[in-house]
Design a protein around this ligand. Structure first.
Ligand code: SF4
Length: 212
């Protein structure tokens, strides 16, 4: 019987910069054929295909060495981040990790790219991703609808300002739910916002209550 392969997007998790350790690459190599191609994406991920028969074993080994794995397809991708150059606490790395835990892998009408950046310098390029979070002093700004690719590339619009971390988690979840419920199959998030209406999404979420 022909072996099935499961595509996974892999990285070393959220931390200072984007790193992989040799022991992680050795473990990864155990599940890949010698000539298998590994795609290196612009989203700080390696795309690999793992044999289905070894999938459960691979997940355990990946957990042991701190490799993070995500589904490939119409899901929320793992959070792209900046390098947190000013320190873990000051730049909100725990918030980025928690946000990633909550949203990465959620099913959506079309692959969605979220990005986080620890200060307004914006090294994580949050404004040209579908969902962008920017830490500003003690609070967070949420941008939606950015698009880096194509002739119609555009920056996201400020959706909410001065959010606490809990408000941010809650609001991102609710925005994703509006998209899930109302987006057409394979409709990009930025197109969905244009069709459905930025203000309509705000209204639906009664956003006024969240803005300070
Ligand atoms: S966005 Fe700010 S905290 Fe993050 S790497 Fe750039 S300058 Fe450093």
């Amino acid at each position: 019987m022909t072996e099935r392969y499961i595509p996974l997007a892999i990285n070393g998790g959220i931390g200072y910069g984007s790193w992989l350790k040799p022991k992680q690459l050795i473990v990864l190599g155990e599940y890949l054929g010698e000539d298998q191609e590994i795609e290196l994406t612009t989203l700080q991920q390696l795309i690999v295909k793992i044999p289905e028969s070894q999938f459960e074993d691979a997940k355990k080994k990946f957990d042991e060495v701190g490799l993070y794995y995500y589904k490939v397809g119409n899901y929320v991708k793992s959070l792209r981040t900046c390098n947190f150059c000013k320190g873990e606490e000051e730049e909100g790395m725990p918030v980025a990790k928690e946000l990633n835990n909550r949203i990465a892998g959620q099913e959506v009408p079309f692959t969605l790219r979220p990005a986080y950046t620890g200060c307004p310098v914006g090294c994580g390029e949050p404004l040209v991703n579908d969902i962008g979070v920017m830490k500003k002093k003690e609070h967070y700004q949420l941008y939606i609808g950015g698009q880096a690719k194509g002739y119609n590339a555009k920056v996201g619009q400020l959706f909410a300002d001065d959010l606490t971390s809990e408000e941010l988690f809650d609001l991102v979840d609710r925005v994703l739910e509006v998209y899930r419920q109302n987006g057409r199959k394979r409709e990009k998030f930025s197109k969905f916002i244009s069709r459905y209406g930025f203000e309509n999404i705000k209204e639906e979420l009664k956003l006024g209550k969240l803005n300070h």
